[in-house]
Design a protein around this ligand. Structure first.
Ligand code: PXG
Length: 285
Protein backbone atom coordinates (compact mmCIF):
# COMPACT_ATOMS: atom_id res chain seq x y z
CA UNK A 1 0.00 0.00 0.00
CA UNK A 2 1.41 3.47 -0.83
CA UNK A 3 2.17 5.80 2.07
CA UNK A 4 -1.04 7.29 3.44
CA UNK A 5 -1.12 11.05 3.99
CA UNK A 6 -3.70 12.67 6.26
CA UNK A 7 -5.45 15.82 5.06
CA UNK A 8 -8.38 17.15 7.08
CA UNK A 9 -9.48 13.81 8.48
CA UNK A 10 -9.09 11.81 5.24
CA UNK A 11 -6.24 9.57 4.12
CA UNK A 12 -4.84 9.77 0.59
CA UNK A 13 -2.21 7.79 -1.28
CA UNK A 14 1.02 9.84 -1.32
CA UNK A 15 0.68 10.70 -5.03
CA UNK A 16 -2.90 11.89 -4.54
CA UNK A 17 -2.30 13.96 -1.40
CA UNK A 18 -2.69 17.47 -2.81
CA UNK A 19 -3.77 20.92 -1.77
CA UNK A 20 -4.81 23.97 -3.76
CA UNK A 21 -2.30 26.22 -5.51
CA UNK A 22 -4.38 29.06 -4.01
CA UNK A 23 -3.48 27.92 -0.49
CA UNK A 24 -1.91 30.79 1.43
CA UNK A 25 0.55 28.31 2.91
CA UNK A 26 2.03 28.04 -0.59
CA UNK A 27 1.40 31.62 -1.73
CA UNK A 28 2.72 33.35 1.39
CA UNK A 29 4.19 30.77 3.77
CA UNK A 30 1.08 31.51 5.81
CA UNK A 31 0.83 28.55 8.15
CA UNK A 32 2.61 26.63 10.90
CA UNK A 33 4.29 23.26 11.29
CA UNK A 34 5.92 20.80 13.65
CA UNK A 35 8.48 18.04 13.16
CA UNK A 36 8.12 15.10 15.54
CA UNK A 37 9.48 11.60 15.91
CA UNK A 38 8.09 8.35 17.11
CA UNK A 39 10.16 5.65 18.74
CA UNK A 40 8.80 2.08 18.85
CA UNK A 41 5.35 3.41 17.94
CA UNK A 42 5.22 6.10 20.65
CA UNK A 43 5.38 9.76 19.63
CA UNK A 44 8.07 11.55 21.63
CA UNK A 45 6.69 14.54 23.57
CA UNK A 46 3.51 14.74 21.51
CA UNK A 47 1.82 17.05 24.04
CA UNK A 48 4.70 19.53 23.94
CA UNK A 49 4.73 19.54 20.12
CA UNK A 50 0.96 20.05 19.97
CA UNK A 51 1.14 22.85 22.54
CA UNK A 52 3.80 24.59 20.43
CA UNK A 53 1.80 24.06 17.21
CA UNK A 54 -1.33 25.60 18.71
CA UNK A 55 0.73 28.47 20.16
CA UNK A 56 2.36 29.13 16.79
CA UNK A 57 -1.12 29.14 15.23
CA UNK A 58 -2.48 31.47 17.91
CA UNK A 59 0.44 33.84 17.33
CA UNK A 60 -0.52 34.17 13.65
CA UNK A 61 -4.29 34.25 14.39
CA UNK A 62 -4.83 30.92 12.66
CA UNK A 63 -7.62 28.84 14.14
CA UNK A 64 -6.79 25.13 13.87
CA UNK A 65 -10.17 23.58 13.03
CA UNK A 66 -9.79 20.51 15.29
CA UNK A 67 -8.99 20.07 18.96
CA UNK A 68 -5.57 19.10 20.28
CA UNK A 69 -6.99 15.78 21.49
CA UNK A 70 -8.41 15.03 18.04
CA UNK A 71 -5.12 15.93 16.37
CA UNK A 72 -3.21 13.72 18.82
CA UNK A 73 -5.51 10.81 17.91
CA UNK A 74 -5.06 11.53 14.22
CA UNK A 75 -1.25 11.54 14.53
CA UNK A 76 -1.39 8.11 16.13
CA UNK A 77 -3.89 6.92 13.51
CA UNK A 78 -1.51 8.07 10.73
CA UNK A 79 1.34 6.04 12.24
CA UNK A 80 -0.87 3.00 12.61
CA UNK A 81 -2.34 3.05 9.10
CA UNK A 82 1.20 3.24 7.70
CA UNK A 83 2.49 0.59 10.09
CA UNK A 84 5.30 2.91 11.15
CA UNK A 85 7.09 2.56 14.49
CA UNK A 86 10.23 4.66 14.20
CA UNK A 87 9.06 7.56 12.10
CA UNK A 88 9.47 11.20 11.33
CA UNK A 89 6.16 13.05 11.50
CA UNK A 90 5.45 16.39 9.89
CA UNK A 91 2.36 18.30 11.03
CA UNK A 92 1.39 21.20 8.81
CA UNK A 93 -1.51 23.62 9.16
CA UNK A 94 -2.00 26.11 6.34
CA UNK A 95 -4.25 29.16 6.24
CA UNK A 96 -6.15 27.47 3.39
CA UNK A 97 -7.04 28.59 -0.11
CA UNK A 98 -8.09 32.15 -0.76
CA UNK A 99 -7.72 34.96 -3.23
CA UNK A 100 -4.45 36.13 -4.77
CA UNK A 101 -4.08 38.76 -2.09
CA UNK A 102 -2.61 38.78 1.39
CA UNK A 103 -5.95 39.11 3.20
CA UNK A 104 -6.21 36.10 5.53
CA UNK A 105 -9.93 36.80 5.95
CA UNK A 106 -10.44 35.70 2.36
CA UNK A 107 -9.37 32.16 3.20
CA UNK A 108 -11.81 29.71 4.66
CA UNK A 109 -10.42 26.20 4.71
CA UNK A 110 -7.27 25.68 6.79
CA UNK A 111 -5.58 22.46 5.75
CA UNK A 112 -4.43 20.12 8.50
CA UNK A 113 -1.82 17.75 7.09
CA UNK A 114 -0.02 14.83 8.74
CA UNK A 115 2.85 13.14 6.95
CA UNK A 116 4.52 10.19 8.64
CA UNK A 117 7.54 8.82 6.85
CA UNK A 118 10.84 7.15 7.53
CA UNK A 119 13.61 9.33 8.88
CA UNK A 120 16.84 10.35 7.20
CA UNK A 121 19.34 11.20 9.90
CA UNK A 122 22.78 12.64 9.60
CA UNK A 123 25.25 9.85 8.82
CA UNK A 124 26.12 7.70 11.85
CA UNK A 125 29.72 8.84 11.43
CA UNK A 126 28.67 12.37 12.49
CA UNK A 127 27.26 11.06 15.79
CA UNK A 128 30.52 9.27 16.51
CA UNK A 129 33.06 11.83 15.38
CA UNK A 130 31.04 15.06 15.46
CA UNK A 131 29.92 17.67 12.95
CA UNK A 132 31.86 20.54 11.48
CA UNK A 133 29.74 23.67 11.20
CA UNK A 134 30.25 27.26 10.07
CA UNK A 135 28.76 30.57 11.16
CA UNK A 136 26.35 31.83 8.52
CA UNK A 137 26.37 35.51 7.60
CA UNK A 138 22.56 35.33 7.38
CA UNK A 139 21.33 36.72 10.69
CA UNK A 140 18.37 35.10 12.52
CA UNK A 141 15.05 36.92 11.96
CA UNK A 142 14.75 39.96 14.20
CA UNK A 143 12.35 38.92 16.99
CA UNK A 144 10.51 42.24 16.63
CA UNK A 145 9.87 41.52 12.94
CA UNK A 146 8.74 37.91 13.21
CA UNK A 147 9.20 35.96 16.40
CA UNK A 148 11.51 32.95 15.89
CA UNK A 149 9.32 31.26 18.51
CA UNK A 150 6.67 30.82 15.81
CA UNK A 151 7.36 27.67 13.83
CA UNK A 152 5.87 29.12 10.66
CA UNK A 153 5.94 27.83 7.09
CA UNK A 154 8.24 30.71 6.25
CA UNK A 155 11.68 29.20 6.81
CA UNK A 156 13.60 31.22 4.22
CA UNK A 157 15.73 32.84 6.91
CA UNK A 158 16.97 29.42 8.00
CA UNK A 159 17.20 28.09 4.44
CA UNK A 160 19.48 30.98 3.41
CA UNK A 161 21.79 30.08 6.30
CA UNK A 162 21.57 26.36 5.48
CA UNK A 163 22.69 27.14 1.90
CA UNK A 164 25.74 28.93 3.26
CA UNK A 165 26.55 25.87 5.34
CA UNK A 166 26.12 23.50 2.39
CA UNK A 167 28.26 25.72 0.16
CA UNK A 168 30.99 25.41 2.79
CA UNK A 169 30.58 21.63 2.92
CA UNK A 170 28.69 21.64 6.25
CA UNK A 171 25.25 20.12 6.90
CA UNK A 172 24.45 22.67 9.62
CA UNK A 173 25.21 26.35 10.10
CA UNK A 174 25.25 28.55 13.18
CA UNK A 175 23.05 31.65 13.12
CA UNK A 176 23.72 34.77 15.17
CA UNK A 177 20.95 37.13 16.19
CA UNK A 178 20.69 40.80 15.19
CA UNK A 179 22.97 41.69 18.14
CA UNK A 180 25.70 39.31 16.97
CA UNK A 181 25.01 36.83 19.78
CA UNK A 182 24.76 33.09 19.24
CA UNK A 183 21.14 32.13 18.53
CA UNK A 184 20.80 28.62 17.12
CA UNK A 185 21.47 26.53 14.04
CA UNK A 186 19.13 26.37 11.03
CA UNK A 187 17.10 23.47 12.45
CA UNK A 188 18.77 22.73 15.78
CA UNK A 189 19.50 24.42 19.10
CA UNK A 190 23.10 24.76 20.26
CA UNK A 191 24.77 23.93 23.58
CA UNK A 192 28.29 24.22 24.94
CA UNK A 193 30.00 22.79 28.01
CA UNK A 194 32.53 24.99 29.79
CA UNK A 195 34.20 23.98 33.07
CA UNK A 196 31.50 21.38 33.71
CA UNK A 197 28.59 23.79 33.14
CA UNK A 198 26.11 23.15 30.33
CA UNK A 199 25.15 26.42 28.60
CA UNK A 200 22.68 27.29 25.88
CA UNK A 201 21.35 30.62 24.58
CA UNK A 202 18.33 31.86 26.48
CA UNK A 203 14.92 32.36 24.90
CA UNK A 204 15.65 36.09 24.57
CA UNK A 205 18.38 35.32 22.04
CA UNK A 206 15.58 34.99 19.46
CA UNK A 207 15.45 31.21 19.12
CA UNK A 208 12.90 28.49 18.70
CA UNK A 209 12.48 27.01 22.16
CA UNK A 210 13.31 23.47 21.10
CA UNK A 211 11.54 20.55 22.68
CA UNK A 212 14.72 18.49 22.49
CA UNK A 213 16.56 21.47 24.06
CA UNK A 214 14.18 21.42 27.02
CA UNK A 215 14.44 17.64 27.37
CA UNK A 216 18.26 17.84 27.39
CA UNK A 217 18.27 20.63 29.99
CA UNK A 218 16.03 18.45 32.17
CA UNK A 219 18.26 15.39 31.67
CA UNK A 220 21.33 17.42 32.60
CA UNK A 221 19.69 18.52 35.86
CA UNK A 222 18.77 14.92 36.64
CA UNK A 223 22.41 13.95 36.09
CA UNK A 224 23.69 16.70 38.39
CA UNK A 225 25.15 18.76 35.54
CA UNK A 226 24.73 22.49 36.26
CA UNK A 227 22.86 24.33 33.48
CA UNK A 228 22.70 27.97 32.40
CA UNK A 229 20.52 29.69 29.81
CA UNK A 230 22.72 32.67 28.99
CA UNK A 231 23.95 35.07 26.33
CA UNK A 232 26.67 33.37 24.31
CA UNK A 233 29.00 34.85 21.70
CA UNK A 234 31.19 33.12 19.13
CA UNK A 235 34.06 33.67 21.55
CA UNK A 236 32.30 31.42 24.09
CA UNK A 237 31.96 28.71 21.44
CA UNK A 238 35.59 28.95 20.35
CA UNK A 239 36.85 28.51 23.92
CA UNK A 240 34.26 25.87 24.90
CA UNK A 241 35.27 22.42 26.12
CA UNK A 242 32.42 20.77 24.21
CA UNK A 243 29.64 21.67 21.81
CA UNK A 244 26.55 19.83 20.55
CA UNK A 245 23.24 20.45 18.80
CA UNK A 246 19.73 19.25 19.61
CA UNK A 247 16.61 18.83 17.51
CA UNK A 248 13.77 16.42 16.85
CA UNK A 249 15.40 15.25 13.63
CA UNK A 250 19.04 15.37 14.78
CA UNK A 251 18.43 14.30 18.42
CA UNK A 252 21.75 15.10 20.19
CA UNK A 253 24.72 15.47 17.85
CA UNK A 254 28.27 16.55 18.74
CA UNK A 255 30.04 19.50 17.08
CA UNK A 256 33.83 19.32 16.91
CA UNK A 257 34.64 22.26 14.66
CA UNK A 258 33.20 25.74 14.10
CA UNK A 259 34.55 27.93 11.28
CA UNK A 260 37.45 25.49 10.90
CA UNK A 261 38.44 25.94 14.55
CA UNK A 262 38.53 22.72 16.58
CA UNK A 263 36.26 22.83 19.63
CA UNK A 264 37.47 21.07 22.77
CA UNK A 265 40.52 19.76 20.96
CA UNK A 266 38.42 18.51 18.04
CA UNK A 267 37.01 15.42 19.71
CA UNK A 268 33.58 14.58 21.16
CA UNK A 269 33.37 15.52 24.85
CA UNK A 270 32.50 13.32 27.84
CA UNK A 271 29.43 15.34 28.89
CA UNK A 272 28.12 15.20 25.32
CA UNK A 273 28.53 11.42 25.29
CA UNK A 274 26.75 11.17 28.65
CA UNK A 275 23.81 13.31 27.45
CA UNK A 276 23.56 11.45 24.14
CA UNK A 277 23.25 8.19 26.07
CA UNK A 278 20.71 9.68 28.50
CA UNK A 279 18.65 11.01 25.60
CA UNK A 280 18.70 7.62 23.87
CA UNK A 281 17.50 6.03 27.09
CA UNK A 282 14.74 8.62 27.48
CA UNK A 283 13.32 8.13 23.99
CA UNK A 284 13.55 4.37 24.02
CA UNK A 285 12.55 4.01 27.65
N1 PXG B 1 15.63 25.65 16.02
C1 PXG B 1 14.98 25.70 14.84
C2 PXG B 1 15.05 26.93 14.02
C3 PXG B 1 14.23 24.59 14.41
O1 PXG B 1 13.56 24.63 13.26
C4 PXG B 1 14.91 23.42 16.42
C5 PXG B 1 15.61 24.56 16.80
C6 PXG B 1 14.87 22.25 17.35
O2 PXG B 1 13.59 22.16 17.95
P1 PXG B 1 12.98 20.77 18.45
O3 PXG B 1 11.68 21.14 19.05
O4 PXG B 1 12.82 19.90 17.22
O5 PXG B 1 13.93 20.20 19.43
C7 PXG B 1 14.19 23.43 15.23
C8 PXG B 1 13.40 22.26 14.77
C9 PXG B 1 13.98 19.63 9.21
C10 PXG B 1 13.32 19.97 10.49
O6 PXG B 1 13.28 19.14 8.32
C11 PXG B 1 13.92 20.77 11.43
C12 PXG B 1 13.24 21.07 12.60
C13 PXG B 1 12.03 20.55 12.83
C14 PXG B 1 11.46 19.77 11.89
C15 PXG B 1 12.09 19.48 10.70
O7 PXG B 1 15.18 19.83 9.04
N2 PXG B 1 13.84 21.88 13.48
Amino acid sequence: MPLQIYINGQFYDKENAKISVYDHGLLYGDGVFEGLRSYSGKVFQLTQHLDRLYESALAICLQIPISKAQLADDVNKTLKINNLHDAYIRLVVTRGSGSLGLDPNRTSDPQVIIIADSISLYPEENYKNGLKIITASTVRSHPAALSPRIKSLNYLNNIMAKMEGLQAGCVEALMLNHKGEVAECTGDNIFIVKNGVLMTPSKDAGILEGITRNAVLELAREHGIPTQEVTLTRHDLFVADECFLTGSAAEVIPVVSIDSRPIGGGSVGATTIKLMAAFKKLVHG
